[in-house]
Design a protein around this ligand. Structure first.
Ligand SMILES: Cc1cc2nc3c(=O)[nH]c(=O)nc-3n(C[C@H](O)[C@H](O)[C@H](O)COP(=O)(O)OP(=O)(O)OC[C@H]3O[C@@H](n4cnc5c(N)ncnc54)[C@H](O)[C@@H]3O)c2cc1C
Length: 456
Protein backbone atom coordinates (compact mmCIF):
# COMPACT_ATOMS: atom_id res chain seq x y z
CA UNK A 1 0.00 0.00 0.00
CA UNK A 2 1.21 3.54 -0.77
CA UNK A 3 2.73 5.18 2.30
CA UNK A 4 2.06 8.83 3.04
CA UNK A 5 4.41 11.60 4.14
CA UNK A 6 3.43 14.97 5.56
CA UNK A 7 6.15 17.58 4.99
CA UNK A 8 6.15 20.70 7.18
CA UNK A 9 7.78 23.67 5.46
CA UNK A 10 8.07 24.59 1.78
CA UNK A 11 11.60 25.98 1.71
CA UNK A 12 14.27 24.43 -0.49
CA UNK A 13 14.66 21.46 1.88
CA UNK A 14 10.92 20.71 2.07
CA UNK A 15 10.43 21.08 -1.70
CA UNK A 16 13.44 18.90 -2.48
CA UNK A 17 12.14 16.21 -0.13
CA UNK A 18 8.71 16.45 -1.80
CA UNK A 19 10.37 15.70 -5.14
CA UNK A 20 12.55 12.91 -3.82
CA UNK A 21 9.64 11.20 -2.04
CA UNK A 22 7.11 11.51 -4.89
CA UNK A 23 9.81 10.04 -7.14
CA UNK A 24 9.99 7.09 -4.73
CA UNK A 25 6.25 6.48 -4.83
CA UNK A 26 5.09 8.11 -1.57
CA UNK A 27 1.85 10.08 -1.28
CA UNK A 28 3.24 13.49 -0.35
CA UNK A 29 1.43 16.42 1.23
CA UNK A 30 3.36 19.62 2.05
CA UNK A 31 2.17 22.46 4.25
CA UNK A 32 3.73 25.91 4.04
CA UNK A 33 2.98 28.79 6.39
CA UNK A 34 3.43 31.54 3.83
CA UNK A 35 1.43 32.04 0.64
CA UNK A 36 4.69 31.63 -1.32
CA UNK A 37 7.30 28.87 -1.34
CA UNK A 38 11.06 28.93 -1.10
CA UNK A 39 11.55 30.12 2.49
CA UNK A 40 14.90 31.87 2.65
CA UNK A 41 15.27 31.52 -1.15
CA UNK A 42 11.82 32.93 -1.81
CA UNK A 43 11.22 35.79 -4.21
CA UNK A 44 8.10 37.74 -5.07
CA UNK A 45 7.05 40.76 -7.11
CA UNK A 46 6.25 44.00 -5.32
CA UNK A 47 3.28 46.20 -6.25
CA UNK A 48 5.41 47.92 -8.93
CA UNK A 49 6.31 44.64 -10.62
CA UNK A 50 9.92 44.43 -9.36
CA UNK A 51 11.27 41.16 -7.96
CA UNK A 52 12.16 41.19 -4.28
CA UNK A 53 14.26 38.40 -2.81
CA UNK A 54 14.74 37.18 0.75
CA UNK A 55 18.41 37.70 0.00
CA UNK A 56 21.16 37.56 -2.61
CA UNK A 57 21.85 33.93 -3.43
CA UNK A 58 25.23 32.97 -4.84
CA UNK A 59 25.67 29.48 -6.22
CA UNK A 60 29.02 28.07 -5.05
CA UNK A 61 30.69 25.65 -7.45
CA UNK A 62 30.83 23.15 -4.58
CA UNK A 63 27.07 22.47 -4.37
CA UNK A 64 27.00 19.33 -6.53
CA UNK A 65 23.80 18.05 -4.93
CA UNK A 66 21.98 21.25 -5.84
CA UNK A 67 23.09 21.04 -9.47
CA UNK A 68 22.04 17.37 -9.68
CA UNK A 69 18.59 18.45 -8.49
CA UNK A 70 18.48 21.35 -10.94
CA UNK A 71 19.44 19.06 -13.82
CA UNK A 72 16.71 16.61 -12.83
CA UNK A 73 14.05 19.32 -13.10
CA UNK A 74 15.62 20.91 -16.18
CA UNK A 75 16.71 24.28 -14.75
CA UNK A 76 20.48 23.90 -14.44
CA UNK A 77 21.04 26.17 -17.45
CA UNK A 78 19.60 29.06 -15.44
CA UNK A 79 22.85 29.19 -13.42
CA UNK A 80 25.21 31.72 -14.99
CA UNK A 81 28.79 31.02 -13.94
CA UNK A 82 30.95 34.07 -13.40
CA UNK A 83 34.73 34.53 -13.74
CA UNK A 84 36.52 32.48 -11.12
CA UNK A 85 37.68 35.25 -8.80
CA UNK A 86 36.69 36.95 -5.54
CA UNK A 87 36.85 40.75 -5.50
CA UNK A 88 36.91 42.87 -2.35
CA UNK A 89 36.00 46.57 -2.55
CA UNK A 90 37.43 48.97 0.02
CA UNK A 91 36.49 52.36 1.45
CA UNK A 92 38.31 55.02 -0.56
CA UNK A 93 37.76 53.29 -3.89
CA UNK A 94 40.51 50.68 -4.07
CA UNK A 95 39.93 46.95 -4.38
CA UNK A 96 41.79 43.66 -4.51
CA UNK A 97 41.01 40.37 -6.21
CA UNK A 98 41.81 36.76 -5.54
CA UNK A 99 42.17 35.22 -8.98
CA UNK A 100 42.59 31.53 -9.72
CA UNK A 101 44.33 29.60 -12.45
CA UNK A 102 42.82 26.72 -14.30
CA UNK A 103 45.22 24.22 -12.73
CA UNK A 104 44.91 21.27 -10.34
CA UNK A 105 44.76 21.96 -6.59
CA UNK A 106 46.60 23.64 -4.91
CA UNK A 107 48.26 25.34 -7.90
CA UNK A 108 44.95 26.98 -8.82
CA UNK A 109 45.41 29.25 -5.78
CA UNK A 110 48.89 30.52 -6.67
CA UNK A 111 47.73 33.86 -8.18
CA UNK A 112 45.47 34.48 -5.16
CA UNK A 113 48.49 34.15 -2.89
CA UNK A 114 51.20 35.89 -4.89
CA UNK A 115 49.40 38.62 -6.82
CA UNK A 116 46.20 39.73 -5.15
CA UNK A 117 47.49 43.30 -5.19
CA UNK A 118 46.83 44.05 -1.52
CA UNK A 119 48.32 41.62 0.99
CA UNK A 120 52.08 41.54 1.30
CA UNK A 121 53.93 38.32 0.50
CA UNK A 122 54.86 37.93 4.21
CA UNK A 123 51.20 38.09 5.23
CA UNK A 124 50.17 35.51 2.65
CA UNK A 125 53.13 33.34 3.61
CA UNK A 126 52.14 33.22 7.29
CA UNK A 127 48.55 32.58 6.25
CA UNK A 128 49.62 29.74 3.94
CA UNK A 129 51.68 28.28 6.81
CA UNK A 130 48.60 28.29 9.05
CA UNK A 131 46.87 26.09 6.49
CA UNK A 132 49.39 23.24 6.76
CA UNK A 133 47.20 21.20 9.16
CA UNK A 134 44.32 21.73 6.75
CA UNK A 135 46.39 20.53 3.82
CA UNK A 136 47.57 17.48 5.74
CA UNK A 137 44.38 16.40 7.51
CA UNK A 138 41.95 17.78 4.92
CA UNK A 139 38.30 17.66 5.98
CA UNK A 140 39.20 15.88 9.22
CA UNK A 141 40.82 19.08 10.54
CA UNK A 142 37.99 21.69 10.72
CA UNK A 143 35.79 19.65 13.11
CA UNK A 144 38.68 19.59 15.61
CA UNK A 145 38.59 23.42 15.76
CA UNK A 146 34.88 23.86 16.50
CA UNK A 147 35.63 24.94 20.09
CA UNK A 148 37.31 28.17 18.86
CA UNK A 149 35.98 31.30 17.22
CA UNK A 150 37.73 32.07 13.95
CA UNK A 151 39.42 35.09 15.57
CA UNK A 152 40.83 32.85 18.32
CA UNK A 153 42.06 30.38 15.71
CA UNK A 154 43.65 33.19 13.67
CA UNK A 155 45.43 34.60 16.75
CA UNK A 156 46.81 31.15 17.56
CA UNK A 157 48.15 30.90 14.02
CA UNK A 158 49.51 34.43 14.04
CA UNK A 159 48.54 35.67 10.69
CA UNK A 160 48.11 39.40 10.64
CA UNK A 161 45.09 41.44 11.63
CA UNK A 162 44.77 42.81 8.11
CA UNK A 163 43.93 39.38 6.71
CA UNK A 164 41.44 38.83 9.49
CA UNK A 165 39.80 42.22 9.08
CA UNK A 166 39.93 42.71 5.34
CA UNK A 167 39.50 39.19 4.03
CA UNK A 168 37.90 37.02 6.70
CA UNK A 169 35.51 39.53 8.30
CA UNK A 170 33.42 39.93 5.13
CA UNK A 171 33.78 36.22 4.44
CA UNK A 172 32.33 35.26 7.85
CA UNK A 173 29.57 37.84 7.50
CA UNK A 174 28.80 36.72 3.95
CA UNK A 175 28.64 33.06 4.92
CA UNK A 176 26.68 33.21 8.15
CA UNK A 177 26.01 36.91 8.87
CA UNK A 178 28.13 36.80 12.05
CA UNK A 179 31.64 38.25 12.51
CA UNK A 180 34.90 36.25 12.95
CA UNK A 181 34.95 36.90 16.70
CA UNK A 182 31.65 34.96 16.96
CA UNK A 183 31.68 32.35 14.20
CA UNK A 184 33.11 28.90 14.86
CA UNK A 185 36.54 28.41 13.28
CA UNK A 186 35.17 25.18 11.84
CA UNK A 187 32.94 27.00 9.35
CA UNK A 188 35.67 29.16 7.82
CA UNK A 189 38.13 26.26 7.82
CA UNK A 190 35.57 23.97 6.16
CA UNK A 191 35.03 26.47 3.38
CA UNK A 192 38.76 27.18 3.02
CA UNK A 193 39.47 23.45 2.86
CA UNK A 194 36.91 22.91 0.11
CA UNK A 195 38.21 25.92 -1.86
CA UNK A 196 41.74 24.57 -1.44
CA UNK A 197 40.98 20.96 -2.38
CA UNK A 198 38.45 21.44 -5.19
CA UNK A 199 39.54 24.00 -7.82
CA UNK A 200 36.00 24.86 -9.03
CA UNK A 201 34.47 25.10 -5.55
CA UNK A 202 34.93 28.85 -5.12
CA UNK A 203 33.57 29.72 -8.55
CA UNK A 204 30.32 31.68 -8.17
CA UNK A 205 27.16 31.55 -10.18
CA UNK A 206 23.96 33.57 -10.16
CA UNK A 207 20.54 32.60 -11.41
CA UNK A 208 19.59 34.45 -14.56
CA UNK A 209 16.47 35.72 -12.83
CA UNK A 210 14.22 35.21 -9.83
CA UNK A 211 14.58 31.98 -7.80
CA UNK A 212 10.80 31.66 -8.00
CA UNK A 213 11.00 31.30 -11.80
CA UNK A 214 14.21 29.32 -12.11
CA UNK A 215 14.31 27.02 -9.10
CA UNK A 216 11.46 27.11 -6.59
CA UNK A 217 8.53 27.26 -9.04
CA UNK A 218 9.84 24.47 -11.30
CA UNK A 219 10.63 22.28 -8.27
CA UNK A 220 7.09 22.69 -6.98
CA UNK A 221 5.54 22.06 -10.40
CA UNK A 222 7.60 18.90 -10.86
CA UNK A 223 6.17 17.28 -7.72
CA UNK A 224 2.66 18.62 -8.32
CA UNK A 225 2.64 16.99 -11.75
CA UNK A 226 3.54 13.70 -10.06
CA UNK A 227 0.63 13.97 -7.63
CA UNK A 228 2.08 15.71 -4.57
CA UNK A 229 -0.36 17.98 -2.77
CA UNK A 230 0.69 21.47 -1.62
CA UNK A 231 -1.14 23.56 0.95
CA UNK A 232 0.19 27.15 1.00
CA UNK A 233 -0.88 29.51 3.78
CA UNK A 234 -1.28 26.66 6.29
CA UNK A 235 0.87 26.56 9.39
CA UNK A 236 1.62 23.69 11.73
CA UNK A 237 1.08 24.48 15.40
CA UNK A 238 2.03 21.29 17.21
CA UNK A 239 3.18 17.75 16.51
CA UNK A 240 0.88 15.32 18.33
CA UNK A 241 3.07 12.78 20.10
CA UNK A 242 1.54 9.76 21.74
CA UNK A 243 2.65 6.19 22.44
CA UNK A 244 6.17 6.81 21.13
CA UNK A 245 5.02 8.05 17.70
CA UNK A 246 3.74 11.17 16.00
CA UNK A 247 -0.01 10.69 15.49
CA UNK A 248 -0.75 13.88 13.60
CA UNK A 249 -0.07 17.60 13.23
CA UNK A 250 -2.43 20.16 14.68
CA UNK A 251 -2.64 23.13 12.36
CA UNK A 252 -3.14 26.72 13.51
CA UNK A 253 -6.71 26.50 12.11
CA UNK A 254 -7.43 23.61 14.49
CA UNK A 255 -7.46 20.93 11.79
CA UNK A 256 -5.39 17.78 12.38
CA UNK A 257 -3.45 16.22 9.49
CA UNK A 258 -2.14 12.67 9.74
CA UNK A 259 0.29 10.56 7.71
CA UNK A 260 2.53 7.52 8.04
CA UNK A 261 5.68 9.66 8.23
CA UNK A 262 6.33 13.29 9.20
CA UNK A 263 9.19 15.37 7.87
CA UNK A 264 9.85 18.72 9.54
CA UNK A 265 11.72 21.00 7.14
CA UNK A 266 11.25 24.13 9.25
CA UNK A 267 13.68 26.82 10.40
CA UNK A 268 15.12 25.83 13.77
CA UNK A 269 13.02 28.29 15.83
CA UNK A 270 9.81 27.10 14.15
CA UNK A 271 10.77 23.47 14.69
CA UNK A 272 11.30 24.16 18.39
CA UNK A 273 7.82 25.69 18.54
CA UNK A 274 5.99 22.71 16.99
CA UNK A 275 7.82 20.04 19.01
CA UNK A 276 5.79 18.99 22.05
CA UNK A 277 7.38 19.74 25.45
CA UNK A 278 7.26 16.04 26.33
CA UNK A 279 9.96 15.41 23.70
CA UNK A 280 12.24 18.26 24.79
CA UNK A 281 13.94 16.92 27.90
CA UNK A 282 17.20 18.71 28.77
CA UNK A 283 20.16 16.98 27.13
CA UNK A 284 17.97 14.85 24.85
CA UNK A 285 18.06 14.79 21.03
CA UNK A 286 15.15 17.27 20.79
CA UNK A 287 16.04 19.19 24.00
CA UNK A 288 19.43 20.09 22.52
CA UNK A 289 17.78 21.79 19.55
CA UNK A 290 16.87 24.72 21.81
CA UNK A 291 20.59 25.60 21.77
CA UNK A 292 20.51 26.44 18.05
CA UNK A 293 19.44 30.01 17.30
CA UNK A 294 18.72 31.92 14.09
CA UNK A 295 20.84 34.91 13.00
CA UNK A 296 19.27 38.27 11.99
CA UNK A 297 20.06 39.57 8.52
CA UNK A 298 18.82 42.36 6.27
CA UNK A 299 18.60 42.44 2.48
CA UNK A 300 18.56 45.73 0.63
CA UNK A 301 18.13 46.54 -3.05
CA UNK A 302 19.02 49.94 -4.50
CA UNK A 303 18.41 51.08 -8.08
CA UNK A 304 20.70 53.98 -9.08
CA UNK A 305 20.32 56.33 -12.02
CA UNK A 306 23.71 55.28 -13.43
CA UNK A 307 26.18 52.42 -13.54
CA UNK A 308 28.39 52.49 -10.45
CA UNK A 309 30.38 49.33 -11.19
CA UNK A 310 30.62 47.07 -14.21
CA UNK A 311 31.62 44.04 -12.08
CA UNK A 312 29.61 41.05 -13.22
CA UNK A 313 30.29 38.99 -10.10
CA UNK A 314 29.82 38.80 -6.38
CA UNK A 315 31.62 41.54 -4.43
CA UNK A 316 32.80 41.61 -0.82
CA UNK A 317 33.54 44.59 1.36
CA UNK A 318 35.14 44.71 4.79
CA UNK A 319 34.16 48.38 5.16
CA UNK A 320 30.71 49.68 6.02
CA UNK A 321 27.63 47.48 6.40
CA UNK A 322 27.71 45.55 3.09
CA UNK A 323 29.95 42.48 3.50
CA UNK A 324 28.62 40.86 0.34
CA UNK A 325 26.70 42.31 -2.57
CA UNK A 326 26.27 42.26 -6.31
CA UNK A 327 25.11 44.55 -9.06
CA UNK A 328 22.17 42.47 -10.24
CA UNK A 329 21.93 44.57 -13.39
CA UNK A 330 25.18 42.83 -14.42
CA UNK A 331 24.91 39.42 -12.76
CA UNK A 332 21.23 38.68 -13.37
CA UNK A 333 19.96 39.55 -16.85
CA UNK A 334 16.23 39.28 -15.99
CA UNK A 335 16.73 41.95 -13.32
CA UNK A 336 17.70 44.78 -15.71
CA UNK A 337 14.33 46.39 -15.05
CA UNK A 338 12.74 49.01 -12.86
CA UNK A 339 8.96 49.28 -12.48
CA UNK A 340 8.47 47.14 -15.56
CA UNK A 341 10.73 49.31 -17.76
CA UNK A 342 14.30 48.53 -18.91
CA UNK A 343 17.03 49.55 -16.48
CA UNK A 344 19.95 48.92 -18.84
CA UNK A 345 23.41 50.31 -18.18
CA UNK A 346 22.47 51.41 -14.65
CA UNK A 347 23.16 49.70 -11.35
CA UNK A 348 20.63 47.70 -9.38
CA UNK A 349 22.46 46.44 -6.32
CA UNK A 350 21.42 43.81 -3.86
CA UNK A 351 23.23 43.91 -0.52
CA UNK A 352 23.43 41.53 2.37
CA UNK A 353 23.55 43.82 5.41
CA UNK A 354 25.33 42.25 8.39
CA UNK A 355 25.92 42.06 11.28
CA UNK A 356 22.29 43.10 11.48
CA UNK A 357 21.50 42.74 15.20
CA UNK A 358 21.82 46.43 16.03
CA UNK A 359 20.33 47.58 12.75
CA UNK A 360 17.08 45.64 13.05
CA UNK A 361 15.42 48.41 15.07
CA UNK A 362 16.35 51.16 12.58
CA UNK A 363 13.88 52.51 10.03
CA UNK A 364 14.12 51.63 6.34
CA UNK A 365 15.40 55.15 5.59
CA UNK A 366 18.19 54.90 8.17
CA UNK A 367 19.34 51.50 6.88
CA UNK A 368 19.24 52.56 3.22
CA UNK A 369 21.24 55.65 4.15
CA UNK A 370 23.99 53.48 5.72
CA UNK A 371 24.06 51.11 2.77
CA UNK A 372 24.20 54.00 0.32
CA UNK A 373 27.05 55.55 2.31
CA UNK A 374 28.95 52.24 2.20
CA UNK A 375 28.61 51.85 -1.57
CA UNK A 376 29.57 55.50 -2.19
CA UNK A 377 32.70 55.06 -0.09
CA UNK A 378 33.70 51.99 -2.15
CA UNK A 379 33.03 53.77 -5.47
CA UNK A 380 33.69 57.47 -4.76
CA UNK A 381 34.23 58.38 -8.43
CA UNK A 382 31.43 56.59 -10.22
CA UNK A 383 28.86 57.28 -7.51
CA UNK A 384 29.45 61.04 -7.53
CA UNK A 385 26.07 62.71 -8.04
CA UNK A 386 24.28 59.36 -8.38
CA UNK A 387 20.64 59.33 -7.35
CA UNK A 388 18.64 56.53 -5.83
CA UNK A 389 15.63 55.71 -8.01
CA UNK A 390 14.17 53.03 -5.74
CA UNK A 391 15.10 50.95 -2.72
CA UNK A 392 13.62 47.90 -1.00
CA UNK A 393 14.38 46.24 2.29
CA UNK A 394 13.69 42.80 3.81
CA UNK A 395 14.43 42.12 7.48
CA UNK A 396 14.78 38.50 8.59
CA UNK A 397 15.04 38.39 12.41
CA UNK A 398 15.98 34.67 12.49
CA UNK A 399 17.53 33.32 9.32
CA UNK A 400 20.18 30.58 9.16
CA UNK A 401 21.24 28.99 12.47
CA UNK A 402 24.21 30.66 14.16
CA UNK A 403 27.27 28.38 13.94
CA UNK A 404 28.90 29.57 17.14
CA UNK A 405 31.70 27.51 18.73
CA UNK A 406 30.64 24.08 20.03
CA UNK A 407 27.29 24.17 18.23
CA UNK A 408 28.10 21.48 15.68
CA UNK A 409 27.35 18.76 18.25
CA UNK A 410 23.75 20.01 18.53
CA UNK A 411 22.98 19.83 14.81
CA UNK A 412 20.52 16.95 14.60
CA UNK A 413 20.64 14.03 12.23
CA UNK A 414 17.73 13.65 9.81
CA UNK A 415 16.65 10.45 11.55
CA UNK A 416 15.28 11.12 15.04
CA UNK A 417 14.59 8.89 18.06
CA UNK A 418 10.89 8.97 17.09
CA UNK A 419 10.49 6.28 14.45
CA UNK A 420 8.07 8.18 12.15
CA UNK A 421 9.53 11.69 12.58
CA UNK A 422 12.37 13.02 10.40
CA UNK A 423 14.11 16.38 10.06
CA UNK A 424 15.50 18.34 7.12
CA UNK A 425 16.83 21.86 6.72
CA UNK A 426 20.15 23.64 6.41
CA UNK A 427 20.74 23.43 10.17
CA UNK A 428 20.55 19.62 10.26
CA UNK A 429 23.75 17.63 10.15
CA UNK A 430 25.24 17.21 6.68
CA UNK A 431 28.36 18.03 4.76
CA UNK A 432 27.53 21.67 4.07
CA UNK A 433 26.60 24.41 6.51
CA UNK A 434 23.18 26.12 6.31
CA UNK A 435 23.05 26.91 2.59
CA UNK A 436 21.18 25.92 -0.54
CA UNK A 437 23.54 22.97 -0.97
CA UNK A 438 22.96 22.08 2.69
CA UNK A 439 19.17 22.31 2.40
CA UNK A 440 19.19 19.97 -0.63
CA UNK A 441 21.62 17.54 0.96
CA UNK A 442 19.57 17.43 4.17
CA UNK A 443 16.45 16.64 2.15
CA UNK A 444 18.25 13.89 0.23
CA UNK A 445 19.39 12.32 3.51
CA UNK A 446 15.97 12.65 5.18
CA UNK A 447 14.23 11.15 2.14
CA UNK A 448 16.61 8.17 2.18
CA UNK A 449 15.84 7.65 5.87
CA UNK A 450 12.09 7.67 5.17
CA UNK A 451 12.52 5.20 2.30
CA UNK A 452 14.51 2.97 4.67
CA UNK A 453 11.91 3.29 7.44
CA UNK A 454 9.25 2.25 4.93
CA UNK A 455 11.25 -0.86 4.15
CA UNK A 456 12.53 0.39 0.80
C1 LIG B 1 19.78 36.83 3.18
C2 LIG B 1 20.19 35.41 2.90
C3 LIG B 1 21.16 35.18 1.94
C4 LIG B 1 21.57 33.87 1.68
N1 LIG B 1 22.52 33.66 0.71
C5 LIG B 1 22.86 32.40 0.40
C6 LIG B 1 23.77 32.15 -0.65
O1 LIG B 1 24.28 33.08 -1.28
N2 LIG B 1 24.07 30.86 -0.96
C7 LIG B 1 23.52 29.81 -0.27
O2 LIG B 1 23.78 28.66 -0.61
N3 LIG B 1 22.67 30.03 0.76
C8 LIG B 1 22.33 31.28 1.11
N4 LIG B 1 21.45 31.50 2.13
C9 LIG B 1 21.01 30.36 2.95
C10 LIG B 1 19.89 29.57 2.30
O3 LIG B 1 18.88 30.45 1.85
C11 LIG B 1 19.29 28.61 3.34
O4 LIG B 1 20.31 27.85 3.92
C12 LIG B 1 18.28 27.66 2.74
O5 LIG B 1 17.39 28.33 1.89
C13 LIG B 1 17.53 26.98 3.88
O6 LIG B 1 16.46 26.24 3.36
P1 LIG B 1 15.51 25.43 4.33
O7 LIG B 1 14.49 24.77 3.47
O8 LIG B 1 16.32 24.60 5.23
O9 LIG B 1 14.80 26.52 5.28
P2 LIG B 1 13.79 27.69 4.95
O10 LIG B 1 14.12 28.30 3.65
O11 LIG B 1 13.76 28.58 6.13
O12 LIG B 1 12.36 26.97 4.78
C14 LIG B 1 11.53 26.67 5.87
C15 LIG B 1 10.08 26.89 5.45
O13 LIG B 1 9.22 26.52 6.54
C16 LIG B 1 8.13 27.43 6.58
N5 LIG B 1 7.51 27.38 7.91
C17 LIG B 1 7.96 27.95 9.06
N6 LIG B 1 7.13 27.66 10.09
C18 LIG B 1 6.15 26.90 9.58
C19 LIG B 1 5.01 26.26 10.16
N7 LIG B 1 4.74 26.37 11.46
N8 LIG B 1 4.21 25.52 9.35
C20 LIG B 1 4.46 25.40 8.02
N9 LIG B 1 5.53 25.98 7.42
C21 LIG B 1 6.37 26.71 8.20
C22 LIG B 1 8.79 28.75 6.25
O14 LIG B 1 7.84 29.70 5.84
C23 LIG B 1 9.76 28.34 5.13
O15 LIG B 1 9.16 28.42 3.87
C24 LIG B 1 21.01 32.79 2.41
C25 LIG B 1 20.04 33.03 3.38
C26 LIG B 1 19.62 34.32 3.62
C27 LIG B 1 18.58 34.57 4.66
Amino acid sequence: MQKSVLILGGGLAGLTAAKRLTDRGFAVKLIEKRPIYGGKVSSWKDEEGDWIESGTHCFFGAYDVLYDLMREIGVYDAVLWKDHKLTYTLAGGSSFTFNTWDLPSPLHLVPAIVKNGYFRFGEMFSFSKSLIPLALKKDRYPPTQDHLTFTEWAKQHRFGDRLLEKMFRPMALALKFIPPEEISAKIILDVTEVFYRIPGASCMGFLKGAPQEHLIGPLLEYSKAKGAEFLPGTAAEQLLYEGGEIRGVRMTNGEVLAADYYLCALPIHNLNKVLPDSLKKEGSFFGDLEKLKGVPVISVQIWYDRQITSENNVLFSPDGVIPVYADLASTTPDYRTLRGKPHEGKSRFEFCVAPAGELMALSKEEIIERVDRSIRSCFPQTSKGAEILKSTLVKIPRSVYAPLPNMEQYRPTQKTPVSNLFLAGGFTRQLYYDSMGGAVMSANLASEEIVRAAGG
